[in-house]
Design a protein around this ligand. Structure first.
Ligand code: ZN
Length: 127
């Protein structure tokens, strides 16, 4: 049973979410360890059910045929989990990232109206 695939996301993503999902997937400091046995019953007979999560992030997910537990085959290492929650989680989950990201998702008339205010917070061009 396949519940998500390459072509079908379960939620709509804004530009900020797409940006940080891509950045997370390409982050070379993010490491995983593979789960060989069911973390509940220690069984090794798994049924593959999804290759990505609802955000389109690769997350091979299986169902244990012995006890029915659904779990990710690849799980973040402790260090990577800290990095994920520090740098990505809120931006991907909520789709906002402070002043710079507000500009990314605003419509042009609003940017023109708010521009003089926001420019005080932006880095100089070319940096
Ligand atoms: Zn199990």
């Amino acid at each position: 049973m396949l519940i998500s695939s390459e072509k079908q996301l379960l939620i709509n993503l804004n530009k900020i979410q797409i940006f940080y999902i891509d950045k997370f997937i390409k982050d070379l400091f993010i490491k995983y360890h593979e789960i060989q046995y069911c973390i509940l019953c220690n069984g090794s007979d798994n049924e593959f059910i999804a290759e990505k999560d609802q955000y389109g992030i690769p997350c091979p997910t299986v169902r244990c045929r012995d006890c029915g537990l659904i779990f990710s085959k690849k799980q973040l290492t402790n260090e990577s989990m800290i990095r994920f929650y520090d740098k990505y989680y809120r931006r991907i989950y909520e789709g906002v990232d402070g002043v710079v990201s507000l500009i990314e998702i605003m419509e042009p008339p609003m940017i023109e109206f708010m521009g003089p205010f926001f420019h005080r917070f932006l880095p100089p061009a070319g940096t």
